[in-house]
Design a binder for this molecule. Structure first.
Ligand code: NAD
Length: 499
């Protein structure tokens, strides 16, 4: 029997994420004609609200946070498929109410597909999943997904706060859903430029022969934020930079740079290759963690409202990791991320080896940057290839210059969509390539476990202080200097601009 309709149920449908990201993204998808036919969206949250009240609230959100002001006709068309049900995720009876409301909405269009989006605080994840199971809303795991309408669950980040809690949550999810029904989000993967990493690597033959230990000297991944913890101090102080950025976003980027070429873009090929990289990352003994990491805290963090007195939560981390496999043996991967840093930038720099013998004079050997390829993910999305050139009219004196590609000039007038647009569309279409599998989550937690130990003050009570607006603590530079390296320029800028 053909499936007639799809219902997207947003738990936490009135929250910040729903208002700022999910509804604007869904509206955009609707305007582009990319939503499934007969899609209904049901917001579920604690506040009392009518369907019309919810439509008004979401209309305001789309106007405030969407990239385009909604056209009245387009909005009316979209809003007629918006519904709201007040309910408490901790109350089993409210899931029965949801079941009745869904049946009412889907009447005459059964069997209907259902996508449950958990856009609520992580403490609700386990109970909500269990209740979806016991109420019958989730259906039977893995069974009859096509014939009777599929059931899927999107789970927001953070997924666990360490290995134990991630395992417990994975077990809870596994009791209700088959892994193929579960879409764990790391919204970084929905960014166009992150996906372009795959296209760049696997559709250009000229780089692949160089993409290994024979030519690559080191790889640097930076995700720096200019902002401080702002009004998120309460959450951040319990989380810190390792849980907030390293375990998920930075390790994702590392896997995409280091993975072997998959033979297809399907979810399992991609995810199998990514987890191979995580498994090859050298395991730290606790002492190695101290030698290979720098944790920092910006000056003034302790005075932020919501931060515990004397907190040792790091707001900056720099790591040196090694991927122990044939391709990457001995190549350091440097990861760096933090708040209150000099610039907002996310980039990956592949630094190639220096020439084995330099026959040209350079004014200062340090001025000659080795070849590097910078993949800039934000803010100036693009690619920069740096090479040595002769300075005109100065004998055989050399300098380093960049050849650059910029998304905004190459694809003029073309919007770069929000990550959530792509992720929502994929979840509705059943493509899990850009979502995280349970084994990936657990392996990533395993990698950062010793860092988390440092965070809890076991072996490194206080992170190093750094000035807001800088590139982090001095030890971050020393970490690279130990291997004769230094952090390279940001998105193709000169090294000096980086100092
Ligand atoms: P929020 O606090 O703004 O919203 C929470 C929503 O849950 C509200 O709609 C609230 O009414 C509802 N809710 C709370 N308790 C409930 C209960 N007992 N029963 C039913 N509904 C209840 O949170 P948020 O910022 O929207 O974040 C939601 C999730 O998304 C979190 O897991 C967060 O980590 C993740 N996330 C948020 C952002 C963001 O930009 N806000 C970004 C990435 C990930």
């Amino acid at each position: 029997m053909a499936v007639e309709a799809t219902t997207l149920i947003i738990f936490g449908g009135t929250g910040d994420l729903a208002r700022r990201k999910l509804l604007p993204a869904l509206f955009q998808l609707g305007c582009k004609g990319r939503l499934p036919d007969n899609l209904r969206i049901v917001g579920f949250a604690r506040q009392q609200r009518s369907d019309d009240g919810y439509r008004d609230l979401m209309g305001e959100s789309v106007r405030e946070f969407g990239s385009l002001a909604p056209h009245a006709d387009e909005w009316t068309d979209f809003a007629k498929n918006l519904f709201y049900l007040p309910g408490d995720l901790d109350v089993p009876g409210d899931y029965a109410n949801l079941q009745s409301r869904l049946k009412e909405l889907e009447e005459g269009q059964e069997p209907a597909n259902r996508l449950f989006y958990l856009s609520v605080a992580p403490r609700f994840f386990e109970a909500a999943i269990a209740n979806l199971g016991s109420s019958g809303l989730a259906g039977e795991p893995g069974l009859g997904r096509i014939e009777h309408g599929w059931r899927r669950a999107v789970i927001e980040k953070p997924f666990g706060r360490d290995l134990d809690s991630a395992r417990t949550l994975n077990d809870a999810v596994g009791r209700v859903f088959d892994e193929s029904q579960v879409y764990r989000i790391d919204h970084y993967l929905g960014k166009e430029t992150v996906q372009n990493l795959l296209v760049f690597r696997f559709s250009n033959t000229i780089f692949e022969p160089l993409w290994n230990r024979n030519y690559v000297d080191n790889i640097q991944i930076t995700a720096a934020e200019e902002v401080s913890v702002e009004d998120r101090a309460g959450y951040y102080d319990n989380s810190g930079v390792v849980r907030d950025m390293v375990q998920n976003h930075l390790l994702q980027l590392l896997t995409m740079v280091a993975m072997e070429p998959p033979n297809a873009m399907d979810a399992n090929s991609l995810r199998n290759h990514k987890i191979e990289v995580l498994r090859a990352i050298r395991r730290w003994e606790p002492a190695d963690a101290t030698q290979n990491t720098v944790l920092g805290q910006y000056k003034g963090y302790l005075e932020e409202r919501g931060v515990a007195s004397g907190s040792s939560t790091p707001t900056f981390a720099a790591l040196r990791l090694y991927v122990d496999n044939w391709r990457w043996q001995g190549v350091p991967f440097y990861l760096r991320t933090g708040k209150s840093m000099a610039e907002k930038v996310t980039e990956i720099v592949i630094q190639f080896k220096r020439p084995p013998h330099m026959m040209f004079s350079v004014a200062d050997a340090d001025d000659l940057s080795p070849n590097s390829l910078a993949l800039c993910l934000q803010p100036d999305e693009g690619v920069h290839l740096r090479f040595g050139v002769k300075i005109p009219d100065q004998g055989m004196i050399m300098d380093s210059k960049d050849m650059s590609f910029h998304y905004d000039s190459a694809f003029k007038d073309q919007d770069i969509p929000e990550a959530y647009e792509r992720l929502l569309q994929d979840a509705l279409e059943g493509d899990a390539s850009l979502f995280i599998r349970s084994d990936h989550i657990e392996q990533a937690w395993r990698i950062v476990e010793h860092l988390l130990e440092n965070q809890s003050g076991v072996s490194n009570p206080q992170p190093e202080q750094y000035d807001p607006g800088s590139w982090g603590p001095e030890s971050s530079d020393r970490l690279l200097a130990e291997n004769g390296h230094r952090w390279l320029g940001v998105c193709g800028l000169d090294q000096e601009a980086h100092a």
